[in-house]
Design a protein around this ligand. Structure first.
Ligand code: SAH
Ligand code: SF4
Ligand code: F3S
Length: 432
């Protein structure tokens, strides 16, 4: 029997899909393309209404022709309600039950009745996908914690991922060593509040990074997503001391207005946030940041929005993800008057994105003439002599090269657009 997993949402879903892939293969299932598969597993995202609806329109394409399992965050948030939808679904598997995907898939195959496995569990399901089941040969994802206790007033994630739980340090180090041994040049630690990770026996997140940085021959170590409210100064010290930790942090601000941050139930102010950014930059002047922003949150005034724009100018982010506020079930803000009209919210989103594009273009142009370290991530889809890579700050770099995918090289920047750089490879023998 054959399967195909379609993943929506964040990297944690990508990581969970890799584990489901492994579990299904262990059970005798064969991974094939979407068209040939008997079973489609949809690993879903519920964070905004649009990604959630995409899950159902995707599943609807296979109606009556294939078996469908909905896994992930929509499965967790909607549970049995999914069966009331038009799309025929064979099973619903929540975020803490994906380790049962093998037995559930077998049951679905043998014509068992539809059901939903959506209980939360305090246990960490220790599963390490083999290289064959991973989505990338360049980036190895390592989940280190799951869940969220913050309950930001707009966010469904605490209801889809449950309370915070942490994976023990030994297991994380062991997976990192295996990835280094298999030649992965980059690892990304995953968690909804990754900087709140701690070992059940006490070690801090900074200590974990210090231990990971000592594993050779690992290249870049990254981690997502950090919650500014959980920032600890020890992280800055460790990053400054360990060159293997990429000097780029995704540090979602959501808004530049303290008043809005309070209503969002974010545990920091604008000035505290800027203070943390400043402390990173004092220790590492080359430090880069990216962020997420929500516009049109209930109660966001024109002044609040201007404060968000000015935060962009103050921090000069490498990149941002920005969204119009989307009311979500279970959340506190869903009950609040949506007082920013949709057209105004859209206008604000475009203004935010336009400003960010100007900032990125100016920053990228300043890099012309610099030589940067680049990790080769793929071939150019159209130009056969060109490779695509990423800089330490996740900026896409295009350059003519024959350096293999997964290798570090150095590129002198010769051109810049808002979203990517172009350059000439200066040395292929002494990457990292
Ligand atoms: N744990 C991360 C965020 C995970 S959700 C953090 O705390 O930063 C990813 C992003 O989706 C969020 O950063 C936020 O910008 C956006 N988001 C979450 N809920 C949203 C909603 N209801 N409407 C619009 N954007 C939302
Ligand atoms: Fe959602 Fe806030 Fe938790 Fe992030 S910290 S997952 S935005 S509730
Ligand atoms: Fe989406 Fe769930 Fe990730 S809601 S963003 S897939 S934690």
């Amino acid at each position: 029997m054959t399967f195909f997993i379609r993943t929506f949402g964040c990297q944690m879903n990508v990581s969970d899909s890799e584990k489901m892939h492994q579990l299904l293969e262990e059970r005798g299932w064969t991974a094939v393309g979407e068209a040939e598969a008997d079973l489609i597993v949809v690993n879903s995202c519920a964070v905004r209404s649009r990604p959630q609806e995409k899950v159902f329109s995707y599943a609807g394409r296979f109606a009556g022709r294939k078996k469908i399992i909905i896994a992930g965050c929509v499965a967790q948030a909607e549970k049995e309600n999914i069966f009331a939808r038009k799309v025929k679904v064979n099973y619903v598997v929540g975020t803490h039950q994906f380790h049962r995907i093998g037995e559930i898939a077998d049951e679905v195959r043998s014509g068992g009745r539809p059901g939903a496995a959506t209980a939360f569990s305090r246990r960490w399901p220790e599963l390490v996908p083999g290289s064959r089941c991973r989505s990338s040969r360049v980036t190895g994802f390592i989940s280190v914690m799951e869940g969220c206790d913050n309950f930001c007033s707009y966010c469904i994630v605490p209801f889809t991922r449950g309370r915070e739980k942490y994976r023990p340090m030994d297991a994380i180090l062991c997976e990192a060593e295996a990835l280094a041994g298999a030649g992965y040049p980059e690892i990304v630690l995953l968690g909804q509040n990754v900087n709140h990770w701690r070992d059940p026996r006490g070690a801090s997140f900074a200590e974990l990074l210090r231990r990971l940085a000592a594993i050779a021959p690992l290249g870049w170590i990254r981690f997502i997503t950090s919650y500014p409210g959980y920032h600890e100064p020890e992280l800055v010290e460790v990053m400054a001391a360990c060159r293997g930790i990429a000097r780029h942090v995704h540090f979602p601000a959501q808004s530049g207005s303290t008043r809005v941050l309070k209503r969002m139930n974010r545990a920091y102010s604008r000035s505290r946030y800027l203070g943390i950014i400043g402390s990173f930059r004092r220790a590492m002047p080359e430090m880069k940041f990216s962020s997420d922003f929500i516009v049109g949150f209930p109660g966001e005034s024109e002044h609040d929005f201007q404060l968000t724009l000015s935060l962009l100018e103050r921090v000069e982010y490498e990149s941002i993800f920005s969204f119009v506020y989307s009311p979500r079930p279970h959340t506190r803000a869903a009950a609040w008057e949506p007082d920013v009209p949709a057209a105004l919210a859209k206008e604000r989103l475009l203004a935010l994105q336009e400003l960010q594009e100007r900032i990125q273009l100016a920053n990228n142009r300043r890099r012309i003439g610099e030589t940067v370290e680049v990790l080769v991530t793929g071939r150019h889809p159209k130009k056969s002599a060109e490779m695509i890579g990423r800089s330490e700050s996740q900026r896409v770099v295009n350059f003519a090269s024959r350096t293999p995918v997964g290798t570090f090289t150095r590129v002198r920047i010769t051109g810049a657009g808002p979203h990517s750089l172009r350059g000439e490879e200066v040395r292929t023998d002494e990457g990292k």
